[in-house]
Structures are given as structure tokens and as C-alpha cells.
Write a protein that binds this ligand. Sequence first.
Ligand code: DP6
Length: 361
Amino acid sequence: MPDYYEKTCTAPVNIAVIKYWGKRDVSLNLPTNSSLSVTLSQDNLQSKTTIRADPSFSKTRLWLNGVEEDVSASKRIQTCIKEARRLRSLYEQQLLRDGNSEVVPLSEYNLHICSENNFPTAAGLASSASGFACFVYTLAQLYSLPNSLSELSIIARQGSGSACRSLFGGFVAWEMGVNNDGSDSMAVQIADEHHWPELIALICVVSDAKKAIGSTVGMQVTVKTSSLLKERIECVVPKRMEEMVKAIKDKDFDAFAELTMRDSNQFHAVCLDSFPPIFYLNDISRAIIRLVEEYNSTSCNYKAAYTFDAGPNAVIYTLRENADELVGLIKRYFMGEEREQIPSGFRADAVPIFEEGSVKQ
Ligand code: DP6
């Protein structure tokens, strides 16, 4: 028997096309509306986590991008560990009942957790999504938990809401659920990573800087102060979720693109409707919106769809046939020598969305 147990896994980011913004229960991290996202390929944006359990560790410790963090100060990490340990302990009892004499009491060991992102953390590029998905998945692997990915998504959700969607590849809905204990607020896969291989995401890194207002705080301001949010969660999102699922199933890029852009715009509108207002977009973000508008006006169908999370960086969904043209256009407008106001860290990379699976060992 080894004297320590260790697992390393990776997880990709996901970018929502119907946005989650607002919590109905802050401590359980239950959302005010369902949301839907696309999981990107791991090549460019990925979290990697190694967790070791060892009976000789005197306490649980965490290193994030090489810097030690205080685990006891993070309620979210504590909750994920507690929930995973609870499941492991149930599993150990089950194994013992089944007559398995060599059950290792992993649920009692302290952990050393090492997590890295290969992209800027907390800059509105869904780092908490891939980070917590990776953390929960790695822990589940270490503990050999028999639970499904949707069940694990309930734990990841309590780390960071959007993380529950990164456990699956392809197109993923986070169903808000109706139960007060959050037992039905989980991620489900709408279509897998092979469903729509022509779809491409273009990531435009406008700024690597950490966002000024974190999502958690921002959402609370919006829930308390925005009257537009009420309209969004009651009247707009439920219908939009249905339309988006249909657009994805039908591979209808026109419908997908319009819903994506409208939902990004409405999310930033509720941010502006918060008091004090929350601004995530900057001048470059708005210039990207105008460029996509112009690009779309060259055809009777949509060729591209922008979306922005809680930061100025853009993700542009397009079809593979347009990817080179769009990358060329973006580079000419924003990175060409004739432009003087190019932001120093500006990058634009086309990312194929689909590859085998999502979380990986
Ligand atoms: C704008 O999942 O980061 O990216 O649950 O508080 O950790 P917490 O929030 P988080 O919020 C993501 C918000 C968003 C939209 C989305 O991904 O759906």
C-alpha cells in the first residue's frame, strides 16, 4: 500500500452564452436563473490541479499558481472539501459493508493541493470555473467517488457557480433547480463535444488585469438594486434557455449568434442598472462589438457573435469557415501598425471548442 495518494487532473474553461448573474441563496450558491455555456478546448485555457492525501500531513494546504493561500480563509474551498469528504466517507462505509477489508480512510487525511492556470486568473476569463471544476474533479478521482458528473457539479457549484458547467464538454446547461437545499441545482450536458465541430471560439484578451469588481460582489449589488434583473430572470431567460437549446440542437448559427449577443448585452445592461453601476466593458470591448456588427452586416446571416463576461475580454463565436477572415480582421483593426491605441497585452487566438471530453486525468 503506498504511504500517500495523489491525483492530477485538468479542466477547461467554459464561456456562457446565457449568463448566470444573481444568487437567490448566497451560502449555497443558488442562482436566480438557469444558464448555458460552451466548454472550450483545453489547449489555451486550462486549470491543472494535483492533490495529495497523506496521513503524515499536519494540515490541509493550498498553493495557487505557486503561491500558498490560506485554506481556512476560503469558505468555498472548505465547503468543497467537506462535501467531497462526506461522499468519500459514505463510500468507505459502503466498501466496509461489502466486506472490503483494505479500505484506506482517505476521508480522514489532510491534503496538499496545488493548482495552476495557464491564463490570467480573475481577469474575466472564467478562471474560477475551470479552477473549481478541476479541484472537485481531482478530489473525486483521488477519493474514487462513484458519483456522476452532475452530482459532482453540485459540489463544484458551491465553489463557484460557473464551475459546475466545466465538468462537461460540449454544450452545458446549469439548471437553477427549485429545491431550497440546492440538491437539484446542477449541470447537465445538452450536446456533447462532437455535436457541432464547425463552431470556433476566438478569444480576444483585451486586458490581463484582475477585474475591479468580482462576480460574487457584483451579483449581490445587482440583486439588491436592479429592477431590470427581475424582468430578466422572470421573463427573458426562461424563454431564451429554450430557444438556445433548440438553436444548439439544430446547429442553427443564426439563432445561436443572436441569442448570445443579446444575452451578453442584457447581462451588461443589468450591471449598468445596478447602483452604483458596474462597468466591465471598456472602449476596446465596445470597438470589438462594433467590428462584429460591421462584419455581420456584410452578409444576410450572422457570421460571428461576441460575448463578454465580468471583464473587458471578448469571446467571439464563429464558424470554422469564417475563422481566418475574422482573426485577420481583428488583428488588422486592433493589432495593426496603423493603430496607435493598441492595448499592450492584446492577443487574439482562435480556439477550437471541441476535443475529447472535458475534465481529464
Ligand atoms: C459573468 O461563477 O464567477 O461569468 O458563483 O460567485 O463564483 P460565483 O460567480 P462566477 O460568475 C460567473 C459570471 C459570468 C457569467 C457566467 O459564467 O454564466
